[in-house]
Design a protein around this ligand. Structure first.
Ligand code: TRP
Length: 345
């Protein structure tokens, strides 16, 4: 076993607004990891174009997501924040991985099946090999830890399989190039905290999603105070009062979701929330939740808007991050070329 320096890598697609689910499910963890780890956070624009993106909107979305990253508290003086397409090593390593990964592995990816739907013939080839690009994102930096949601676990397992097969297939070349042990680490998932899964405000069995046609289903990070309060007031509930203990949330997805969101925003536990609101009507929890959500999300929304009005500043941060990212990826990719048997000058 060889040891690798701990390094965190994660990414989000620049499509649509960030919402509460992204914030509680991902951003809070990304922010915390900055305190303990070297972190690289990527805006994965090359993943976005696996389905059609209008170029004008894509450009805006890349800057918007970056603005949201910064407004939430990702700190470019501590972490590397950059856009994927500015570091060509991602695409280059993805090609190598297209030749390492097996068709059979990709055929098992459930997200492709969901996204391609019935008409697989019309899906882009990029959508099919998307997980290989994701493996390249991570391994171009030899990242060891990847905070992801449940839905990305299968892709991360694929990245581990690719790393393993590369290490095995090229074991001799790796040794001859002077590397001791494995060349790539097996990246570990960090599956995240209590409110990892924030559900739709309209249907507690569906994930909060930027693609849900109803805007009432989610709290966007740029919603103003009135909108936040209105969406929470309209959130679906059931007819019973709130239970006093978390066991009573079983089979009550909306009650579960609202208390989970409250706990995550308050930094407390579901049991603490129920100790306070249990036995009472939903309306009391909703009033308190609206106030808490406005207090937590309001400043983030304002800061996002301020940064959106200053695209030059946001671009400067991406440019700097891309340079720093590339400084890590470039020498790793050079080794990969040598190991693969290419003639390197
Ligand atoms: N596929 C991830 C998603 O849709 C985004 C992503 C791309 C990613 N590359 C990554 C996440 C590398 C973690 C690490 O959410």
């Amino acid at each position: 076993m060889s040891s690798f320096t701990p390094r965190v890598f994660s990414g989000m697609q620049p499509t649509g607004n960030l919402h509460l689910g992204n914030y509680l499910g991902a951003m809070l963890n990304w922010i915390k990891l900055q305190e303990t780890h070297e972190c690289i956070y990527c805006v994965v624009d090359m993943h976005a174009i696996t389905v059609w993106q209008d170029p004008k909107e894509l450009r805006k979305a890349i800057l918007d997501v970056t603005a949201a990253y910064l407004a939430c508290g990702l700190d470019p003086s501590r972490s590397i924040i950059f856009n994927q397409s500015q570091v060509p090593e991602h695409a280059e390593l993805a090609w190598i991985f297209n030749c390492v990964a097996r068709m059979g592995w990709l055929n098992r990816m459930t997200q492709f099946k969901e996204k391609a739907g019935k008409d697989k013939e019309q899906a882009s080839v990029g959508l099919y090999v998307y997980p290989n690009l994701m493996a390249a994102d991570i391994l171009a930096y030899k990242a060891t830890h990847v905070p992801v949601g449940e839905d990305q676990k299968q892709h991360l397992e694929l990245a581990r399989d690719i790393a393993g097969k590369f290490n095995l297939d090229f074991a001799d070349a790796i040794r001859e190039a002077g590397h001791e042990g494995d060349f790539f680490p097996q990246p570990e998932p960090f599956i995240m905290g209590p409110a990892t899964r924030v559900m739709s405000l309209r249907d507690g069995t569906k994930k909060m999603s930027k693609s849900d046609p109803s805007d009432l289903s989610r709290l966007n990070l740029t919603d103003d105070a009135d909108t936040i309060a209105r969406k929470i007031r309209k959130a679906k509930t059931d007819a019973d009062s709130l239970p006093s203990e978390s066991a009573g949330l079983k089979g009550r997805p909306e009650a579960d979701n609202l208390t989970g969101i409250y706990a995550a925003l308050a930094g407390s536990s579901v049991d603490q929330v129920l100790a306070q609101f249990g036995g009472g009507q939903f309306s009391k929890l909703k009033d308190a939740l609206a106030e808490l959500a406005v207090a937590r999300l309001g400043p983030i929304g304002q800061e996002t808007k301020r940064l959106q009005a200053d695209p030059g500043h946001v671009e400067g941060i991406l440019a700097d991050g891309s340079r720093r990212a590339r400084a890590i990826a470039r020498p790793i990719m050079r080794e990969v070329r040598k190991i693969a048997g290419f003639v390197v000058f």
